[in-house]
Design a protein around this ligand. Structure first.
Ligand SMILES: CC(C)(COP(=O)(O)OP(=O)(O)OC[C@H]1O[C@@H](n2cnc3c(N)ncnc32)[C@H](O)[C@@H]1OP(=O)(O)O)[C@@H](O)C(=O)NCCC(=O)NCCS
Length: 214
């Protein structure tokens, strides 16, 4: 039986999430998800046109949709961790469950665990014994090394490499093409700049950038 699903966010990552859903459905013998449409509190005209081009219905704001009392799994296709925290709390409080969406062109190693709400785009490599906790986002072509733990609401932007035995604290953003060396601990709500090479632990709530990252 197909599972009703709403995607939250009409922006770039929201529509990348739609592609993941389409690929999951196409790879299965019968579609897994019945995509009801996209929820967004303030979509731009351009993004509404982009949704229309995809043939995906726009369902209104989260408040409008939740007031209708429909039941569906939800996926938050929004890159900013703080926004994801707010929306996940809201949808969970309404008794709805987050879907775990993994593009079929993803390699997931043995003993790796992906929690509800995780979204993984095409080309990602997840090694062995990795934990992706709730609502972690992995953008295209990310690599996550063995025994690493990504805490809730971490976002890893395209092409970044997290080496083995790394811990990334909740709500941290790892910029495109950044490299985190093995065994390091990255604090929560930090930002790693695009193309940074992180060679030491990073405290919570700081931004580091450059090679080596400072
Ligand atoms: C590092 C980052 C968080 C800094 O953002 P910010 O605080 O708004 O910084 P600014 O753009 O004001 O730039 C401040 C300085 O840092 C430099 N800088 C910005 N990003 C940098 C980066 N990734 N590496 C090295 N230097 C960088 C700027 O050139 C500027 O230098 P200056 O003071 O000598 O002029 C941001 O640039 C970044 O890399 N974010 C990740 C983006 C990403 O992954 N995007 C993909 C989305 S899918």
């Amino acid at each position: 039986m197909t599972r009703p699903l709403v995607v939250i966010g009409a922006g770039g990552f929201g529509r990348e999430t739609l592609d993941v859903v389409a690929a999951v459905n196409a790879a299965a013998s019968t579609p897994v998800y019945d995509l009801l449409g996209v929820i967004d509190a303030g979509p731009s005209e351009l993004n509404l046109r982009r949704l229309a081009d995809l043939g995906v219905p726009y369902l209104g704001s989260e408040t409008e949709w939740l007031e209708r009392g429909e039941s569906a799994e939800y996926a938050i296709g929004i890159g900013a961790p703080a926004v994801r925290v707010r929306l996940a709390t809201l949808f969970d409080d309404h008794g709805l469950s987050p879907a775990t969406l993994v593009h079929p062109a993803v390699v997931v190693g043995s003993k790796s665990l992906l929690d509800p709400g995780v979204i993984v785009c095409a080309g990602v490599q997840i090694s062995t014994n990795v934990q992706l906790q709730r609502h972690v986002h992995l953008n295209p072509n990310v690599t996550i090394g063995h025994d690493s733990i990504l805490e809730p609401f971490v976002s890893v932007n395209p092409g970044a490499i997290v080496s083995g035995e790394v811990t990334v604290g909740s709500g941290t953003v790892i910029g495109s093409g950044a490299v985190i060396l093995q065994g390091l601990s990255i604090g929560s709500e930090s930002v790693i700049g695009a193309a940074a090479c992180v060679v030491g632990d990073v405290p919570p709530q700081v931004t580091v950038k450059g090679v080596p990252a400072r």
